[in-house]
Design a protein around this ligand. Structure first.
Ligand code: ACM
Ligand code: ZN
Length: 386
């Protein structure tokens, strides 16, 4: 509240007061001023959604710890509360795993960075970087002080080239690389591969003291699985009829492991294919797969909205426009009230294949992040484009 006596910020919780401070901060003018006048106003509010997130892909490009902290500062300043940290992908493994040192000594390095959409063309400039476990703890603590939850993602069974190229017994065949659409995935037929995946997560889980772990599980090329005797045997032994069901089997197996360790699983919406477990949360990204959220919520699963046609901030602003973010309605027409109640919130994703610098990050996320923040926090009745 602002009145003649000054500014008063009160809340039911310290977190509420923290957000009041952020709102005051955003109300102040940019730059030097000797006198600041605020209009008399009383604001009384609370967030619309519990999940108000920003993802950062630190695999395709690596961002130093200091910049990750600045990204978290921006999240907090916009009354957002989730930092989704994409820590591994085909182009680089970015987190120390003590049991598997080559994930970082080799997997965090590459000989060059792709130029444009032709994956065969690269700049031939060696590139690398990773976070130690100690640094991950530092990020978690930094975020905690700002009421930001960190959700780590080690994407599997696809997008795992940086791992499967450096350890044997993790992929179907020794030779790994690019298939027709995506890279060689983990082999769900091999016990050694499952053990590898769980050992990795055994070191990730203690670093992030939160409810959710993100398994990824998007964009898996299943060509190898069709040819691999171990995968085919796994399918036969478990009565799985399709490779999609094998993917589900892998996801459920990992989810059970997370649950046994006190965590809940988030996965990209592909985890619906081949059967969704009752406790998984889907992160919907494929705008072209419009039934994902209706289907998942009809089964009682939670969903987080990150549709690529609105909330992919690595897309240019003429494609995913500011108004397209601001005017997005996460409460899809086809959902009933019970389904709507399962929408946890919204998030923007920043995939960094073509985002090499902090300046480019800032250019891509601002001002769209402001629109997302308001959408995720405010009741639609108080929205005003003007
Ligand atoms: C994704 O964009 N592959 C989740
Ligand atoms: Zn296999």
């Amino acid at each position: 509240m602002v009145d003649k006596k000054g500014v008063t910020i009160a809340g039911n919780t310290p977190k509420g007061v923290f957000y009041g401070v952020q709102t005051l901060r955003k109300s102040l003018p940019v730059g030097a001023a000797t006198v600041v006048r605020l209009p008399s106003v009383k604001i009384s509010d609370s967030p619309r959604f519990v999940h108000r997130g920003m993802m950062l892909d630190c695999s395709r490009h690596f961002f130093p710890l200091e910049f990750v902290k600045r990204y978290i500062d921006l999240i907090a300043m916009h009354n957002m509360n989730v930092f989704h940290w994409h820590l591994s992908d085909d182009q680089g493994w970015r987190i120390e795993i003590k049991k598997y040192p080559e994930l970082t000594t080799k997997g965090s390095r590459r000989s060059g960075t792709v130029i444009g959409y032709n994956t065969a063309l690269d700049d031939s400039i060696p590139y690398g970087g990773y976070y130690t476990q100690e640094q991950a703890r530092e990020i978690v603590e930094y975020a905690r002080q700002r009421y930001v939850t960190v959700i780590p993602e080690i994407d599997m069974p696809g997008h795992m080239l940086a791992a499967v190229s450096n350890y044997s017994g993790v992929s179907c065949f020794n030779q790994t690389g690019w298939g027709t659409t995506f890279s060689s995935p983990v082999c769900p037929g091999k016990d050694s591969a499952l053990e590898f995946c769980k050992n990795v997560y055994s070191e990730i889980i203690p670093l992030f003291p939160y409810k959710y772990i993100h398994l990824g599980a998007d964009e898996v090329e299943k060509t190898n699985w069709k040819k691999c005797p171990d995968c085919q045997k796994r399918m036969k032994d478990n009565g799985l009829k399709t490779e999609e069901e094998l993917q589900s089997w892998f996801v459920h197996n990992m989810e059970k492991f997370f649950n046994d360790n006190g965590k809940e699983m988030i996965g990209w919406d592909e985890i619906l294919e081949g059967g969704l477990s009752p406790t998984a949360t889907i992160m919907w990204w494929r705008t072209w797969s419009p039934n994902a959220v209706p289907d998942a919520t009809a089964q009682g699963n939670h969903a987080i909205m990150t549709p690529n046609a609105n909330f992919y901030f690595d897309y240019q602003q003429d494609k995913n426009s500011l108004s397209g973010v601001y005017n997005y309605n996460p409460m899809l027409e086809s959902l009933n009230d019970a389904q709507k109640a399962l929408i946890l919130g919204m998030q923007a994703n920043l995939w960094c294949e073509y985002i090499p610098s902090r300046e480019r990050i800032q250019y891509m996320i601002m001002p769209r992040m402001m629109a997302l923040a308001e959408l995720a926090w405010s009741d639609p009745s108080v929205k005003s484009w003007d």
